[in-house]
Design a protein around this ligand. Structure first.
Ligand SMILES: NC(=O)c1ccc[n+]([C@@H]2O[C@H](COP(=O)([O-])OP(=O)(O)OC[C@H]3O[C@@H](n4cnc5c(N)ncnc54)[C@H](O)[C@@H]3O)[C@@H](O)[C@H]2O)c1
Length: 264
């Protein structure tokens, strides 16, 4: 246990597994009280219990981030439990592969709802509490798709591009309240969600290892690498950092994309 987030309270959405869980675990290890929020109730409870077993302060609150009232209730829960809110990580996401032709209106709406409107809801209800506390830090889980085209992630790219725009807009709007808003690009991470999609497309773990070897630093990224960045952005070490995009993608966004090798 370290103390870079001592006395801080943070909500992390989509924290039952994958990148969100790694962030919650690392934040707790750095002394934060963490509220894990997720639509998966059993898995979320288990995730929070695992962090508590390691000595961290963690609780689980079930939420469907597509629902405004549930996002409001999530923030209320954090305030009732911990009396303040310092950090919000908008991490819950969904990234089904679909080209323009494959993207139905319903899929478009759903992808934007899960990945973008959810962050708007969580910011909307968190910001007044952060303002009362005279400061806060919001981290939006972005993607290379938010800045660069990937042909089979059309709606997701639009959602993550919107999230980047929301990040920059709120960073400017909230600076006078010392509420910082930043955007993180995790690279390519073989989380439960990503592995399920890859398996559905017929790729084996060996295929993925080989695809990772084609990336600039010779491997895919890990959930833990994103967690380190999130700790930094929630901590006072980044007190002057807002409106920024932090790349954890081994420079992928600076390189030409070879179609099929970098799924986003
Ligand atoms: N894995 C990658 O390569 C990668 C790359 C770039 C960005 N990202 C982003 O990182 C974030 C986490 O992705 P991951 O790879 O850990 O995915 P994951 O599918 O393993 O985990 C996503 C979590 O979000 C939760 N979630 C989904 N819809 C929800 C809803 N409506 N309400 C509440 N919770 C919900 C899921 O239950 C799950 O626990 C996402 O925003 C994703 O876009 C992932």
């Amino acid at each position: 246990m370290s103390n870079r987030l001592q006395n801080k309270v943070a909500i992390i959405t989509g924290a039952a597994q994958g990148i969100g869980f790694a962030c919650a675990r690392q934040c707790a290890a750095e002394g934060a009280a963490v509220v894990l929020a997720d639509i998966q109730k059993d898995r979320g409870e288990q995730a929070a219990a695992a962090i508590r077993n390691e000595g961290g302060r963690a609780s689980f609150h079930p939420v469907d981030v597509r629902d405004e009232s549930q996002c409001a209730a999530l923030v209320d829960h954090a305030i009732r439990t911990h009396e303040k809110l310092d950090g919000l990580v908008n991490n819950a996401g969904w990234f089904p592969r679909a080209t323009l032709e494959q993207t139905t209106t319903d899929l478009w709406e759903e992808v934007l709802h899960v990945n973008l409107r959810s962050a708007f809801y969580c910011c909307k209800y968190s910001v007044p509490k952060m303002r009362e506390a005279r400061g806060g830090s919001i981290v939006n889980m972005g993607s290379i798709c938010g800045i660069q085209s990937l042909p089979n992630l059309v709606a997701y790219g639009a959602a993550k591009g919107g999230l980047l725009s929301l990040t920059r807009t709120l960073a400017g709007a909230l600076a006078e309240h010392r509420i910082r808003v930043n955007y993180v690009i995790p690279g390519w991470v073989f989380t439960e969600g990503e592995l399920a999609i890859q398996k559905g497309e017929g790729r084996t773990p060996d295929d993925l290892r080989k695809a990772g070897e084609k990336l600039a630093f010779g491997r895919a990224q890990t959930p833990q690498e994103t967690a380190y960045a999130v700790v930094y952005l929630l901590s006072d070490e980044s007190a002057q950092v807002t409106g920024t995009t932090l790349h954890l993608d081994a420079g992928a966004s600076t390189l030409p994309i070879q179609s099929g090798t970098y799924p986003g």
